[in-house]
Design a protein around this ligand. Structure first.
Ligand code: ZN
Length: 116
């Protein structure tokens, strides 16, 4: 389950469906609920938080999942790999997941700042 699903507004229909299915997978498999810390961003909003130019967030194809520590971070990354995400960013406080396959994939990249 997604604890704050209203934040999914602005994502593409396809990516939104994918994220909802992923949330269901995480619940069934690991008993983990997802808290989204960032989803769609306007180009201006993306710039404000220091996002990279052309970020998948501005295309409605990325979410950041808030994680509270190492175990939750591990489970979100494990689940994302199992579920089929091809682009994963691992940060201190969140895991970035996107399906912008116009960018290099598969990849796991450091995603230390909230804006990535
Ligand atoms: Zn992100």
């Amino acid at each position: 389950m997604i604890l704050n699903s209203h934040v999914l507004d602005g994502l593409t229909d396809e990516f939104k469906r994918y994220v909802l299915e992923f949330a269901d997978y995480m619940d069934r498999t690991y008993g983990v609920d997802l808290l989204i810390s960032s989803a769609y961003r306007s180009p201006e909003g993306n710039k404000r938080v220091g996002g990279v130019r052309g970020s998948a967030h501005t295309k409605g194809m990325a979410v950041d999942i808030a994680v509270s520590g190492g175990k939750e971070r591990f489970l979100v990354v494990k689940g994302a790999l199992e579920f089929g995400f091809k682009r994963i960013g691992v940060g201190h406080r969140h895991v970035h997941l996107d399906m912008d396959l116009s960018k290099p994939f598969p990849t796991i990249f450091p995603d230390v700042e909230k804006g990535t």
